[in-house]
Write a protein that binds this ligand. Sequence first.
Ligand code: SF4
Length: 262
Amino acid sequence: MTQPALDFVIAALERIREKDSRAPRASRTALALLQAAPVAASLREACRSPTERRLEAPDKADSLAAVRERVGACTKCAHLACSRTQTVFGVGNPDADLMFIGEAPGADEDREGEPFVGRAGQLLTRILKAMNFAREDVYIANILKCRPDMPAGSFGNRPPTPTEMQTCRPYLMEQIEIIQPSVLVALGAVAVEGLLGTRGTMRELRGRWHTYNSIPLMITYHPAYLLRNQAPSEKRKVWEDMLQVLERLEQPISDRQRNYFL
Ligand code: SF4
């Protein structure tokens, strides 16, 4: 069989696989001829079902576990490796459609080893619940995997420096690459700077779609900002951003949700 003829057969089989619920079929003789052809490998690839492809793909949880192990032993920022209680890798569903990105672990996260578990994290969990999601449905990670260190005897948290974020960013890129979410949400201007490398005010950035590696990216306020600023107008802005996320994910939105104020 000539190359153009084989290309035609492969294209036809691909169309059947995409549109028809039945698997493509061929006679034994036709299969024997096709098997002998030099492009048999590409034909076999075209005939594999989506399930077969999924089964052969590396497991996302395993891939994430491998990155987590490297992060756990990371000492690229010597000062943070010395001061951290533990690294804070990320949490949630490896197959999540929706992934949230914050800036860095605080004291609570450093103690628990999980992102967004303090007061701001509890507010994020409430926002997710209002969206009809549980924490286990989405994936949550930070730009930085170690808590930014604080001077001895001082309390509170500090934002990560641009250098710290640049150093740690490849781990987040790997997480996104493995999870392949349909939508990303960056929480706060520092997370945006860590992810996109651009600085901007939240007034300029939030409420509209951006992209990261072709993935739609919504930028909204960090929940900690809402804890500091309890004005209903600010809470409503975040909720409007989340409504856009739900629309993008093609999730049903009730009237109650449309009129909701956080
Ligand atoms: S912040 Fe990231 S790059 Fe720096 S030591 Fe921690 S895990 Fe490594």
